[in-house]
Design a protein around this ligand. Sequence first.
Ligand code: MN
Length: 252
Amino acid sequence: MPLNEYRKKRDFKISPEPSGEKAAPKVPKSSSIYVIQKHRASQLHYDFRLEFRGTLLSWAIPKGPSLDPSVKRLAMQVEDHPVEYASFEGVIPEGEYGGGTVMVWDQGTWTPESPDVEAALEKGDLKFTLHGKKLKGSWVLVRTRGYGSSSKTSWLLIKHRDNFASADIDVAEEMPRSAVSNRLLAEIARDAGGDVEKAATGDPEIKAPAKTAAKAIKVPNTSRSTSSKSAGRPSATKKSSARGPKRRKTSS
Ligand code: MN
């Protein structure tokens, strides 16, 4: 699919995002790019991208991936992105489309398990294996019934049961740093002159009302306090629902 929609939404004189004008490499490749970009735009989301036929098929996942096969994560299909986008990490200026901080949260390659990818996409049932730094093993994207205008674009990302599945690890919470620079969103924003405070709300630091407290706590609380129950996160259940208001809306 051409990148018209992608380009129409963006002003490349203002945004540092790639325009996709450069021709995609024509060298036949045995592997295709897989990338997830964590994007603190108007709403935090994870952009899941699979290289296919010269572009990146793209889905915005509000809650990010889950390693738990019983958890289905909503994935809204968005416009195809140019292949060069896979390495984009930085800040899209506020006021521009998707304004906010972008992190390369995971990267690697993917292999289709469905023999005919085109047909699988058409059918709305794409099985594949990820070879990322964080996400590995077998997954599926299934189209689901959405509402109104989203009826054709709502999918679910689900982990298949295999050695890489886990009901205990909240991968988005526990592995919050960039796969390429090891930075948090706030650090990427700081380095690129973006909105650090906004970016930080996508990082797993404690969102304490007092700013001094937020600064002091760098690492998600791993130490156990013997004196106070409220000092630590609940450790038995690592679902992130305890943390702040739920983000349901999707945006790119
Ligand atoms: Mn996005």
